[in-house]
Design a protein around this ligand. Structure first.
Ligand code: FPP
Length: 250
């Protein structure tokens, strides 16, 4: 199904004040499931539905970039059965959703150590990225086996290698050069980080990219996070005064 722009349906949205890049920590699948007496896996299945809904809304609103935290480098510490289930969901999600994403001009990209995921997922990731590589709509990044510190270390190693082989002068290293080595290199900085389910921490997510991001927290668990609440976060963002370290302009 091809989604049409429906910004006009949201008169509360001032397009000029929409964030360019929104990042989401999709938390609370397990708590949502527990509260209903369901298995944690049911929470993750419901979480995928929410992800589809939120991506649709991002397409509707013609957001420039949306990044979601699907699996962190620390999530391997979960019970094996849960890790396996999450990997299965991830694989199924890519297979089932990629054509619709493509029809909607979404450009998918993956952040993190994808090379440590199963061969099947690695090939699905490559296929999906290749399929959508020329699309010009929402840049949709999925962080999988991702850690912000790990990403920074990997970028530092790539830069060190360039210095060692004479491609780069140490004195030329600046934020722009560093940024270009990150997994998010073709995205603007994160403007807004949303975290669901009540915890107020950054959990090693996009540490470099969110240097000046605004944060927006909600008690709602991810499976119940609605498009309306997402839009509320965007509207609230539009009311924030961003100074980027400067003083208020008069
Ligand atoms: C946090 O809930 C969620 C995750 C660790 C995984 C997020 C995964 C999904 C939304 C579904 C799969 C994603 C894709 C892209 C297919 P939690 O398990 O930490 O919940 P809790 O904090 O309540 O235990």
């Amino acid at each position: 199904m091809v989604i049409r722009n429906v910004t006009n349906n949201y008169p509360e949205i001032d397009r000029e004040r929409l964030p360019r890049h929104v990042a989401i920590i999709m938390d609370g699948n397990g708590r949502w499931a527990n509260a209903l007496g369901l298995l944690r896996s049911a929470g993750h299945v419901a979480g995928v539905k929410t992800l589809k809904r939120i991506l649709k809304t991002a397409v509707n609103l013609e957001l420039e970039a949306l990044t979601v935290y699907a699996f962190s480098t620390e999530n391997w510490k979960r019970p094996l059965a849960e890790v396996d289930f999450l990997m299965h969901l991830f694989s199924e999600y890519l297979e089932k959703e990629k054509l619709e994403m493509h029809e909607n001009n979404v450009r998918i990209h993956f952040l993190g150590r994808i090379d440590e995921l199963s061969p099947l997922i690695q090939s699905q990731v490559r296929d999906a990225e290749q399929l959508m590589q020329h699309n010009t709509g929402v840049k949709f990044n999925i962080a999988a086996n991702y850690g912000g510190q790990d990403e920074i270390v990997r970028a530092a190693k790539k830069i060190a290698a360039k210095v060692l082989n004479g491609q780069l002068d140490v004195d030329r290293i600046d934020e722009k050069i560093f940024d270009a080595e990150l997994d998010t290199c073709d995205c603007p900085p994160v403007d807004l980080v949303i975290r669901t389910s009540g915890d107020m921490r950054v959990s090693n997510f996009l540490l470099w990219q969110s240097a000046y991001a605004e944060f927006w927290f909600t008690q709602t668990n991810w499976p119940e996070f609605s498009s309306e609440e997402f839009i509320q976060a965007l509207v609230d963002f539009g009311k924030r005064e961003r100074r980027f370290g400067a003083v208020k302009s008069s």
